[in-house]
Design a protein around this ligand. Structure first.
Ligand code: ADP
Ligand code: DP6
Ligand code: CO
Length: 355
């Protein structure tokens, strides 16, 4: 019986950790950024979201989202924008082929699990909205490609647009008012530079005090450092970073990664009232990376921090012992480290895989 049928699709999406950070919206409604950004997509075997989207005529009439077992409010404009865009694409299919079931008219039930801390600066909104959009697109049997889905995911959470691609991923800020050219693109597949590794240090799994959304809007409104970052520093570094990736130049990659993380956290400190995402343990991690690079006589490790205290350290496989080994040794001695999520290695399929 069509009436009692439940339609269902599941997917997973990985987190991505930016090496040139997105911070600032030029249009909060469409979630359009003030600057372009660039990230590396991490392993699905380490940090991932698993999402199931289903719809049925027998469901309660309101759309719903269960995240880690807790009911979420779906009335927010960002989640609504994703639902609306995906429904409208399904509607087009249903119009062109009247034999298709009218799924666009049915209530949606989304069930999602993150296997890592949510809202702690480890890009849960990125994996979360990428998975949500892809799960519904699968449910609706949409033919849109990753670029088109990235435009929709961006409206859920900016960083989510980059999680639809594997490897090294850019997000072009775009210039059109309707945001149609503000989409993600693959700079290089993971197989281009398969020696890349990411070490994730979970300093705190606690929910951050200031959400990314609120934080970046306060920065845009109050920081005098911010315009220079958005208009001069980041555009220059985007070009330098793409070149470093194309040339597999880790020293340049690492140097730009660390300087951009510092620049982003400087604008947070320059926000009024100031936003402190880093803590003493984060700063200790920076010191450890600096020491590693001094001993090596060149940059072999690069730290970066999102909107939270947790460190992500990029390095190459050949330097595993010097970088990951030293951190693992240090973790035993330092207070404040709550764990290590795992070493990751880029695999040929576009995602990072666990070693
Ligand atoms: P993070 O640093 O983890 O990305 P944000 O402040 O950017 O933190 O976003 C956290 C918010 O993202 C959560 O409060 C929730 O609203 C949303 N989110 C996280 N995971 C998911 C998910 N799996 N599905 C849908 N939304 C999610
Ligand atoms: C520091 O994508 O979480 O991680 O678009 O408001 O949901 P919203 O913000 P979000 O911001 C991410 C900020 C960052 C840098 C980055 O991932 O580029
Ligand atoms: Co986020």
């Amino acid at each position: 019986m069509a009436d009692s049928q439940i339609y269902k699709a599941s997917t997973t999406a990985p987190v991505n950790i930016a090496v040139i950070k997105y911070w600032g919206k030029r249009d909060p409604k469409l979630n359009l950024p003030t600057n372009s950004s660039l990230s590396v997509t991490l392993s699905q075997s380490d940090l991932r979201t698993h999402t199931t989207a289903s719809c049925a005529a027998t469901y309660p009439s309101q759309d719903s989202l269960l995240l880690n077992g807790q009911d979420q409010d779906v009335s927010g404009a960002r989640t609504q924008a994703c639902f609306r865009e995906l429904r409208s694409l399904r509607q087009k299919l249903e119009k062109s082929d009247p034999s298709m079931p009218k799924l666009s008219t049915l209530p949606l039930k989304i069930v999602s699990e993150n296997n890592f801390p949510t809202a702690a600066g480890l890009a849960s909104s990125a994996a979360g909205f990428a998975a949500l959009v892809r799960a519904i697109a699968n449910l609706y049997e949409l033919k849109e490609n990753e670029t088109e889905l990235s435009r929709i995911a961006r409206q859920g959470s900016g960083s989510a647009c980059r999680s639809l691609f594997g490897g090294y991923v850019g997000w072009e800020k775009g210039s059109k008012e309707d945001g149609s050219d503000s989409v993600a693109y693959q700079v290089a597949p993971a197989s281009h530079w398969p020696q890349m590794r990411a070490l994730i240090l979970v300093v705190s799994a606690a929910k951050k005090g200031v959400s990314s959304t609120t934080g970046m809007q306060t920065t845009v409104a109050t920081s005098s450092l911010f315009p220079q970052r958005a208009n001069e520093t980041v555009p220059r570094r985007m070009k330098e970073m793409e070149k470093a990736i194309q040339e597999k130049d880790f020293e340049a990659f690492g140097n730009i990664t660390m300087m951009d993380s510092n620049s982003f956290h400087a604008t947070c400190l320059d926000t009024y009232p100031p936003i402190f995402y880093l803590n003493d343990v984060s700063r200790a991690a920076i010191k450890v990376v600096e020491a590693i690079n001094v001993v090596a006589g060149k940059i072999i490790a690069a730290y970066t921090f999102d909107a939270g205290p947790n460190a992500v350290i990029y390095y190459l496989k050949e330097n595993e012992a010097e970088v990951a080994g030293l951190f693992k040794a240090a973790i035993g001695e330092k207070e404040g480290w709550t764990g290590i999520r795992g070493d990751a290695v880029l695999a040929n399929n576009g995602a990072l895989e666990q070693v």
